[in-house]
Design a protein around this ligand. Sequence first.
Ligand code: COA
Length: 257
Amino acid sequence: MPLVTHEIDDGIANITIDRPDKLNALNATVLTELRDAFQAVETEADGVVLETAGDRAFVAGADIAMFEEMSNQTEFMEFVRLQNRVNDYIEDHPALVVAAVDGLAYGGGLELVLATDLVVAAPEVPFGVPEVSLGFVPGGGGTQRLPRVIGPNKAKEMIVTGNPISAEEAHDLGLVNRIAETDTVQQAARDLIGEAQENAPLAIEEAIRLVNEGMDASLDAAKQYEQAVAAYLYTTEDTAEGIRAFTEDDEPDFSRR
Ligand code: COA
């Protein structure tokens, strides 16, 4: 049975991690299937809702039983590299990726959330990085992406104490975009993508790329890149259509060209 499934409905993909008996813990099979699912929808979906099965957990982290079975550091590094490749792939994915978090997101689960573009969560869901309680540090990008989103001091506090924060606190810190009741989280994620889909798809894709790449560049270099992208988009049919629709007080009909 697959551990990750995907389906596309009306231009939006639902990718589901389906390992509820282990609280959707991430092992190499889950990560490989997750990357394959994102790859499979790459040319067909403008948006992806990333969700998981069961009602307890979004993802309870990397699979601790797997760490116990590993016999050397090379095996451990292979897993960490895979986890990073998958998170980077999701971050760079051209679709707008929204995490629908309706259960706890710990360790690698929070790192997965940090690789998505936007986050919708149920109010009581805890977000945490408990790795130090096991002797690890977060290895899937957590020590780097978390401080970029919530600031270094709060990130350090979460990492060194391992104490989770609630979705509402995560919302106040900018880690969660929207709060929705548990049974509406997936629909709220879909609605968020729907709001974006009213706009020009190439512009959305380029805007997300600009934000992501700009976070790692100097302000000057990032602004230069922004100007080049803005100038490129000016030449596209969709910008002409957007300007036409505005001028004629009409609804734009964007074509991704
Ligand atoms: N890796 C592997 N298996 C995990 C797991 C993980 N990260 N998290 C939960 N599971 C498994 C449990 O072993 C258990 O399996 P079993 O029924 O075969 O024994 C099942 O999922 C249910 O978990 P359980 O611990 O019984 O649920 P709980 O409601 O009592 O506790 C947690 C939930 C999340 C508090 C607890 O599972 C936990 O602390 N998990 C580890 C979180 C973590 O440290 N993540 C970072 C990993 S680096």
